[in-house]
Ligand binder design. Structure first.
Ligand SMILES: [Zn+2]
Length: 285
């Protein structure tokens, strides 16, 4: 061992220094990518994007709606629809109990918030998924609310915008969750027939059955930077094709480069970009 190596080993890594700091969680937050310690109020002013490395923090539906749409214009629809435990499902915990806990934690009945809002005075139908509710999983409630949102768009001619953030189908509902892929896709076909635009905004992470249905069926598919977007996880793919996957695989920028997305848009530019797109595709001011 050389002396330089020895000295390097003696130096504690800078990371563990910051980890030892006692940071009150309600005032400060640490960027999971660059480890910068950020003042929460400043972070919120910056739309929950790290000013140092541009990491886009995951958002609650409330924050996302506040950041993107006209002030106080959001009106929620179908807020009371609740899940049913079709299968009496139980793994390490009863599905019923998991649902109750997630409802208490998020103050929502399920993993999506839907409604109408104004985007620079253009009325739009919006859905915002909530990764904080059972990993944003798509069960029968998410599928039903998305379908109703799209059907109402076909009727009232409001463009539809859905922000996805989801681990995929909700396994506790078995086949009932899988059929939501077909149901939401069929609703989108009818929206297309009605000539109403649909924009999908893919946020970190959008995976599994969500990415394999409405998330990738937008007239425009827009993603936030560095979002994980995939159907199966990288390990499963590597084992199946027996090849090492390239760097950045399944991230927004990689998918844009390979023609799977139309745009990657910073959160700060999202409001203006959506407005421009909808103006071109035909919203009604
Ligand atoms: Zn950062």
């Amino acid at each position: 061992m050389t002396i330089l190596n020895w000295l390097a080993k003696k130096q504690p890594p800078t990371r563990s220094k910051t980890e030892k700091l006692n940071i009150p969680g309600d005032v400060w937050s640490k960027c999971p990518t660059c480890s910068e310690v950020l003042f929460l109020k400043e972070l919120e002013k910056n739309l929950s994007v790290c000013p140092k490395c541009n990491y886009h923090f995951r958002l609650s539906p409330e924050d996302r709606i506040t950041y993107i749409f006209d002030k106080n214009s959001f009106e929620e629809t179908h807020a009371a629809i609740e899940g049913i435990d079709f299968l009496n499902f139980e793994d390490t915990e009863k599905y019923k109990d998991r649902l109750k806990k997630a409802q208490a934690k998020t103050n929502h009945k399920d993993a999506i918030v839907t409604g109408t809002a104004l985007l620079k005075k253009i009325p739009v139908n919006i859905g915002v998924m909530n990764f904080g509710f059972l990993g944003g999983s798509m069960g029968s409630v998410v599928g039903e609310k998305i379908t109703r949102l799209i059907e109402s768009g076909a009727e009232n001619k409001n463009p539809v915008i859905i922000f996805t953030s989801s681990g995929g189908a909700r396994m506790q509902e078995g086949i009932m969750s899988l059929m939501q892929m077909a149901k939401t896709s069929a609703a989108l076909y009818r929206l297309e027939q009605a000539k109403v635009p649909y924009i999908s905004v893919l946020c970190d992470p959008t995976t599994g059955g969500t990415s394999a249905s409405f998330a990738m069926l937008g007239d425009l598919n827009i993603a936030e930077p560095d979002a994980l977007i995939s159907f199966a996880g990288p390990r499963v793919i590597e084992q199946t094709i027996r090849q090492k996957l390239p760097k950045g695989f399944q991230r927004s920028e990689f998918l844009l480069k390979h023609g799977m997305l139309d745009l990657v848009v910073d959160r700060k530019a999202m409001r203006q970009t959506l407005y421009t797109c909808i103006s071109i595709l035909g919203g009604q001011p």
